[in-house]
Write a protein of this length. Structure first.
Length: 546
């Protein structure tokens, strides 16, 4: 009889709760006025752990580590800490923890074998170093309820490719995603969550996907600019770079003994309005961009655009991440009528013929980077460039390179005057103001037979009034009866006349006090007068009948 009773008790103990192994240590916890408990230690031995909704009738509101006196020995719920990681836990299931709000600092960090977390709906905070050095991998999709992500929350999780964050996120702290050098982040929020400047410390250019209708707004946000990200439309997520671009393998001769292997972009097959040129495609460096070469109007750029069928949808080209780009070839971005801004990478060396011809709506200042050596024929013809800076190493400027571009201010950084044709800039009568990186460069350009016309007619100091301007009281210039004439109160050494393209029409020396020549009715000319005392005067004149 006693033996039967004992056997019955053995069977009933697990049901009644007697003798059942204790799995959790807890401590009282209050979250925003709600009382419950926090799990402080797991006492079991499973490698795949399911966290409960409550322990002994108390809601589980948090998972916290046990914090010792030594900051480097803060112990997580599996007994792991800074220099003794947990090597057994592979999977954590939080789906049943329906009351869980917080995973606190280092609670689940240092679990170096942890590959999978099944999240619970309702989680609001992921604390500092909460998953530090775990083996979470692939795409980590946090619950949409998460509002705050702490410092180093996912630091050194080298296998994570993408972290997806919901629309309730408010704060992302420093080093939160310091995982590796090429993280990707999906943000569903349209309200610009507060993000720390060093959130992606190890990444030189993180890729951030946001809702399609707020891409432009994110790009303009000052806090996000500091991250130096590449913003992409969420609708393009999952598309491989190889799906967006067509390329061909090339070798680029950077110098006599330095050949670079890479690819050249030949066409684009996405639908974005702001185009980001990648640094690599399928692991190959993007060294160049080239259009398709046909005859006349059949030549087309990387969007298939041509003079007959312009592209009106692309509004900006982002080269900032194209750190290996050395050349932009013929027609690549020509006839992009919708293009409003262009910012080149520092690595760029060559800009080819017609590369940006006819980009009719450009409204921003253009800077040709210091590494550029060659600007091709008609490269920016018919592209508005009110403010243009030409870099320090430019040595060749092709014919009509800036024809009909309406240049108002031209700043020259090259100490040596680039080789160019008279019509390269086609200043005409636009009244361009020419300045120099160093005022001593002006004399270098004046002594150059190709630049002398531009400099005498347009050169200015960076500061003060041009000393070469003669006092107007010394001479009078007029046109009458198909002639132009100059009369001066002091002797003139020479008078030269140029057409509106800057080409010299004629020049007379040892002129004295009077000079005249024929000028067709309605013809506009630029007159340059050099006085014997070294002063220079310039004026525009139109041929008149009387």
């Amino acid at each position: 009889m006693k033996k039967c009773l004992f056997s019955l008790l053995v069977l009933l103990c697990p049901i009644l709760g007697f003798g059942q192994a204790k799995l959790w240590d807890t401590s009282p916890y209050n979250y925003e006025g709600e009382n419950g408990v926090a799990i402080t230690r797991y006492l079991g031995s499973d490698t795949e752990v399911v966290f409960p909704a409550d322990v002994e009738g108390q809601k589980v509101l948090a998972i916290i580590g046990v914090f010792e006196d030594k900051p480097d020995e803060n112990v997580g719920v599996f007994g792991q800490y800074f220099n003794i990681p947990n090597r057994t836990i592979t999977r954590i299931d939080l789906s049943q923890s329906t009351n869980l709000k917080v995973i606190t600092d280092e609670a689940l960090g240092h679990c170096i074998a942890l590959k999978t977390v099944v999240w619970n709906d309702g989680l609001e905070e992921v604390g500092s170093a909460a998953f530090y050095k775990s083996s979470l991998n692939g795409i980590v999709t946090l619950p949409s309820s998460v509002k705050r992500i702490g410092m180093h929350a996912f630091s050194d999780c080298a296998l994570i490719k993408v972290i997806e964050i919901g629309d309730q996120i408010e704060t992302i702290r420093n080093f939160a995603f310091s995982m590796h050098d090429s993280p990707q982040l999906i943000i569903h929020s349209k309200t610009f969550p507060d993000i720390a400047e060093n959130a992606f410390r190890k990444a030189s250019q993180p890729r951030i996907f946001v809702e399609d209708d707020v891409v432009a707004a994110y790009r303009k946000n000052d806090k996000y600019k500091k991250l130096n990200p590449v913003f992409r439309r969420l609708s393009t997520f999952g598309k491989h770079d190889g799906d967006l671009w067509r390329t061909k393998k090339v070798q680029y001769k950077l110098s006599r003994y330095n050949w670079i292997d890479g690819v050249e972009i030949t066409s684009y097959h996405g639908d974005e309005t702001v185009i980001t040129i990648p640094a690599t495609i399928d692991g190959q460096k993007v060294v160049g961009i080239s259009g398709k070469f046909g005859a006349g109007p059949l030549s087309s750029g990387i969007f298939g655009q041509s003079s007959a069928i312009p592209n009106t949808t692309v509004t900006a080209i982002d080269f900032s991440g194209a750190e290996n780009l050395y050349y932009i070839n013929q027609h690549a971005f020509a006839y992009c009528h919708g293009l409003t801004s262009i910012e080149f990478p520092k690595s760029l060396v060559e800009i080819g013929n017609y590369a940006f011809k006819g980009c009719l709506n450009n409204a921003q200042p253009l800077v040709i980077p210091d590494n550029v050596t060659t600007i091709g024929q008609s490269a920016f013809a018919w592209t508005p460039l009110h403010n243009l800076t030409i870099g320090a190493k430019v040595s060749t400027v092709g014919n009509f390179a800036f024809s009909s571009s309406g240049i108002g201010i031209l700043h020259l950084k090259a100490p040596k005057a680039p080789t160019c044709e008279y019509s390269s800039f086609a200043f005409g009568d636009t009244g361009v103001k020419m300045t120099f990186e160093n005022i001593s460069y002006r004399e270098v350009y004046r002594s150059n037979s190709r630049w002398v016309t531009y400099v005498y007619l347009n050169a200015y100091k960076k500061v003060a009034t041009d000393v070469a301007q003669a006092d107007v009281q010394h001479y009078r210039l007029w046109s009458s009866n198909g002639q132009v004439a100059v009369r001066s109160t002091k002797p003139m050494a020479s008078v030269a006349m140029y057409d509106t393209m800057g080409r010299k029409l004629q020049e007379s020396t040892k002129v004295g006090y009077e000079w005249s020549t024929n000028l067709g009715l309605g013809t506009t000319a630029l007159v340059l007068i050099r006085f014997e005392d070294g002063q220079i005067a310039r004026s525009k004149i139109v041929g008149k009948a009387n």
